[in-house]
Design a protein around this ligand. Sequence first.
Ligand SMILES: C[S@@+](CC[C@H](N)C(=O)[O-])C[C@H]1O[C@@H](n2cnc3c(N)ncnc32)[C@H](O)[C@@H]1O
Length: 281
Amino acid sequence: MQLRQILSSAVSRLTAENVPSPRLNAELLLMFTLSCDRAYLYAHPERELSADENNRYDDALATRIQGVPAQYITGHQEFWGMDLIVTPAVLIPRPETEHLIETTLDRVQVSPLAAPLRIADIGTGSGCIALALAKELPEAEIYATDISTAALEVARANASRHQLESRIRFLEADLLAGIEANSFDFVISNPPYVGESEEDHVQLEVRKFEPRNAVFAGPTGTEVIARLIPQARAALKPGGWLVMEVSGTIVESVKGLLSEWDDLRVNVDLQSIPRVILARK
Ligand SMILES: C[S@@+](CC[C@H](N)C(=O)[O-])C[C@H]1O[C@@H](n2cnc3c(N)ncnc32)[C@H](O)[C@@H]1O
């Protein structure tokens, strides 16, 4: 069968199985199967697939239909213009997390902080935040922690893939444990912030396939952040910034936890949902 027919029957199959964005998924998995880009799919609609390619595409579609996110099948996700490796050991980086990078770069520009900047990314997962900041701030010293050994392996692989391994120090730690006091200009984190009480509202794919300790913080969603805030205060230099990703559900509680900090601000995402909270020590 030709590529064009195979793609169209895959879209119908994914649609019938209620997979969201069926065309996007069908194309992504075909690009993965054929190791090609989207332009190739459109330029070669008459290409015949081999039996092996057909079988591999069929397997990928069947896995997607079971609910496995496409990124865990292809092993890749783009973040801040970088192609990152993802495995089920790490949260799939989300586009909204790029607001953390924008907010941090904005603060770097306007804050009178002495060089070299020292930045800690807490709960680094795939390493997406640490890598994006290392890329944008070539002079900065960057630390990245995670409690998960498997996640840190992925983060290290991503750093090496983007020639940033000498720029980031990865540490296996519970939040900021072992980090020197009064030594950082920025503490950045996209921590687990979903409450177990909201579990029924979380997409099934996230619940079933993404690491539980990357998503859920405890009963209310603020448990990890409540521990992170005093630790960040101890680690930051006076005038240093804490920048965290939050959701609309927890933003008011988090504001309460930051009441003693200066310059408290909340930035919204493209859907006007509160997404980034920042405050200065
Ligand atoms: C929401 S994910 C964010 C991953 C990545 N920074 C991103 O933005 O895609 C939260 C990360 O925090 C890590 N984590 C959870 N509890 C932690 C703790 N107590 N100390 C350090 N890391 C923790 C998880 O393993 C996970 O990688």
